[in-house]
Design a protein. Structure first.
Length: 86
């Protein structure tokens, strides 16, 4: 499963619990080199970009993983390309 499909899966199948999910992205400005983006900040996505509510645009290739905050479970990881629901 590619990143776009994984993001759409969370947005559409987990919409009641969307606040439980975050995107982990590469961030050149951050001290740690990564940042967490809450799913409720996502306005829309297209083939190449994620558009946030604050007009920030994130290229899809920067997404490293999708994580569930409640139990810190990684549900999608770049290179693995499987979506883990359990």
């Amino acid at each position: 499963m590619n990143i776009r499909d994984a993001i759409n899966r969370v947005i559409w199948k987990e919409k009641e619990r969307i606040s439980e999910y975050v995107l982990i992205i590469k961030d050149r400005i951050s001290y740690t080199g990564i940042s967490e983006i809450p799913f409720e900040n996502i306005d829309k996505i297209d083939r190449n970009y994620i558009y946030l509510n604050d007009d920030t645009i994130i290229p899809m290739h920067r997404v490293l993983m999708i994580k569930r905050k409640t139990d810190c479970k990684v549900v999608w990881k770049r290179g693995d390309d499987k979506f883990s629901e359990s």
